[in-house]
Design a protein around this ligand. Structure first.
Ligand code: DCS
Length: 288
């Protein structure tokens, strides 16, 4: 039996019905989060839920559930679905109302949906790294909002998939912003560089966690714009996201990154990150 959250309730998946005029379905008018689960425990759960609240506020929605209510609902869902290693996906839309671009009248309640999925850690990618391409960043100017509207991201990811690659690195003009579903870190002479947290990127929870870990462990970490040329000349490149953790990028547009193997700083970041997972969620099994 698979359970999902619909509004405040946990019900069987087949019983969950969304109206055809839900604004998430018609406009992508809502926000979402993906939280990693290790050993049945949400990793950086608070930070994700706080970002959900903040994404909602940025589009003029005051969430109809408190962080504590959401935490408790998702913990119950994880337990009921028997998730050990996986994810919780959640989205909140502006609700169901006759189609009209302007916000629905007061009193229309938001739609909250959440489900879990078993998802092993990407052990092969973590060990060997992944291939990537460059793609133009054609998204809107509020990439700091984790909006359901992902067309710009989808088109870039599809381009990567068609090239047999894992991720597309997006550039606005010459500036690298982020990946289609990740943040990007380049390493040059032992320093980690990443795009500043402004409206051009999503301030990833993985990114924020990594920044804290670097600062606490004496790894130089600098928030600064860098160009496609800097990226191609980097010693190492790492991708950071909830599902990818810290994944080495070993190729960009067919060119090897450094010597084409995951580098020592990336390995150090992976170790620090895994230690943080284990601190929050307990020891990880070797292959999951
Ligand atoms: N940038 C974009 C555009 C993203 O979509 C994501 C995560 C990130 C950065 C990294 O953020 P987190 O570290 O908080 O995950 N995207 C989520 C997604 O859509 N699937 O998995 C993660």
């Amino acid at each position: 039996m698979e359970y999902v959250v619909l509004n405040g309730e946990i019900i069987e998946r087949y019983q969950a019905k969304i109206d055809v005029e839900d604004r998430g379905y018609q406009f992508g008018d809502g926000v979402y989060e993906v939280i990693r689960v290790y050993n049945g425990i949400m990793f950086t759960g608070r930070e994700h839920l706080e970002r959900l609240v903040s994404s909602a506020e940025k589009i003029g929605m005051k969430l109809g559930w408190t962080i504590e209510e959401l935490e408790s609902l998702f913990n119950t869902l994880i337990k009921k679905n028997g998730i050990g290693t996986g994810i919780v996906y959640m989205q909140v839309t502006r609700g169901t109302s006759p189609r009209n671009h302007a916000f629905p009248p007061a009193g229309v309640s938001q739609t909250l949906v959440a489900y879990t999925r078993d998802m092993q850690r990407p052990m092969n990618n973590l060990a060997n790294g992944v291939k990537t391409i460059l793609a133009e960043d054609i998204r809107w100017l509020r990439c700091d909002i984790k909006s359901l509207n992902l067309l710009g991201n989808i088109l870039a990811k599809q381009k990567a998939a068609e090239a047999g690659c894992y991720e597309a690195f997006l550039h606005r003009g010459e500036t690298i912003t982020e990946g289609s579903s990740s943040n990007i870190f380049i390493i040059k002479d032992g320093t980690v560089y990443t795009h500043p947290a402004n409206n051009f990127i999503l301030n990833g929870i993985t990114r924020q966690t990594l920044e804290k870990l670097c600062k606490a462990n004496g790894v130089p970490f600098v928030e600064k714009e860098f160009t496609t040329a800097d990226l191609l000349a980097a010693d190492e490149i790492a991708i950071g996201s909830t599902t990818s953790e810290i994944t080495p990028a070993v190729e960009v547009d067919g060119q090897p990154v450094g010597n084409g193997e995951p580098g020592p700083v990336t390995r150090k970041l992976q170790t620090l990150f895994q230690q943080e997972i284990e601190r929050q969620c307990g020891t990880l099994a070797v292959n999951s």
